[in-house]
Write a protein that binds this ligand. Sequence first.
Ligand code: F6P
Length: 526
Amino acid sequence: MFDALKQKAAAVADRRIDGLFDDAGRAGDFSLSALGMLFDYSKTQIDADIRAELLKLAETAGVEARRDAMFAGARINETEGRAVLHTALRNLDAAPVVVDGQDVMPEVLHTLSRMEKLSEELRASDVTDVVNIGIGGSDLGPKMAVLALAPYHDGPKCHFVSNVDGADIADTLAKCDPARTVFIVASKTFTTIETMTNAASAKAWLADKGVSDAGKFIALSSNVQKAGDFGIPAERVFGFEDWVGGRYSMWGPIGLSLMIAVGPANFRAFLSGGQAMDRHFQNAPLAENLPVLLALVGIWHNQGMGHGTRAVLPYDNRLSRLPAYLQQLEMESNGKGVSMDGADLPYNSGPVVWGEPGTNGQHAFYQLIHQGTRVVPCEFMVAAQGHEPALKHHHQLLVANCLAQSEALMRGRDLDEARGKVAGLFEGAELERQARHRVFPGNRPSTTLVYPKLDAETLGKIIALYEHRVFVEGVILNINSYDQWGVELGKELATALGPVVAGEAPTTGKDGSTAQLVDFVLGHQG
Ligand code: F6P
């Protein structure tokens, strides 16, 4: 399926990307301005011919038909028999979205207004701390967004407890006053062992402190029944339907902690940014469609050039948690080895996604990005403006660093230039040896997304952009981006190992390694 792409990749493998800028129009031709943002993919090997091939792949894969089916509520998550409609959660103009003959919008908007009412109540109360207990999609999104929108945070402090490691909840509770803390139990299924264990420990902590748990818990879940069983009254339960996937759920009740932090108006601005990206994705032609182009760059690097990893590098400290959020979004969605029809995938699945904010990463792993033997396509992002007018010079340095990195990756430094750097310090063979260590191969691809300022609306656009990018890549790879069967086996084995590590069941039947590890743990209980 990707043969033509691979041939084109082989043909340009040694071509210099910087040479492509001999065409004075390249920067403009290989970038897209939309929704107030600029996406520049000109520092890649993509040329007009390669772009045409990529667009052909998107057309052949039926991206547009699949996209329309998703927005129309078709059950495109075929292995779970579910529609995929997180977009309905940000459908602020309430145009009908019909699932099984019923418009879901009245219920979506009713839940949104209940969330707004509760948020306002909490923001006006003496509650000082809100603890969101959830994991994966019930944690990463709101945690990332609360940090991203810190300049707008005027509600109670928000904490996020996810890990079953007791250290997580213990360290968090140590900062909270039991009388003024509210817990949000966020779990789509309301069965996730980490979340249920942490929620029970939060209840026990309140009891231990002599504080009643009445009014202290809120539940966000598709499993309203189970939330009730935990003892949370119906008026404090915010439900959502199974057509909202966990890692796509921060737009609805799972975003409650964000709404409490920044207020309902900012939360609506976040939704409206997401909705604007939806409209763009639905209406822009493929060649001028931001999520489509971002996806095609991904397909080019992974399936064409064979780079199985990509780094996401926000030059925006408040997007520190974005790489972690995108790891779930991208890898839980497109890390699949089987195509829609159940056959083995005959090509690589989605890439390994990782990253850290700039400039921190520059002083850690950029060495490998510049001079390592593997090419890592980089996705930079940066705001034109910061939120600290008094520290404008910081922002200028930040932007300069971001742009310098993509320039350095592309240009590199050849041996002659490197010799010039050490001339006068060394001579003869030693000069040659020293110079070689200072050579940068360059020709390393990157894209840059620039946005005006990281406000709520812009954040909504960026997150929806990446959601749709994942979807388009998934369609081209012919995989189901909306299930996650790959997380199940580990959960089952952990459940079975529970009594073994508690010393209540033997290691019989376990492999030698696992048995040895259990024995070591049991032998060091102190
Ligand atoms: O284990 C993976 C997963 O199912 C994710 O897909 C999900 O976001 C996370 O666990 C948490 O699930 P829940 O919201 O049901 O607790």
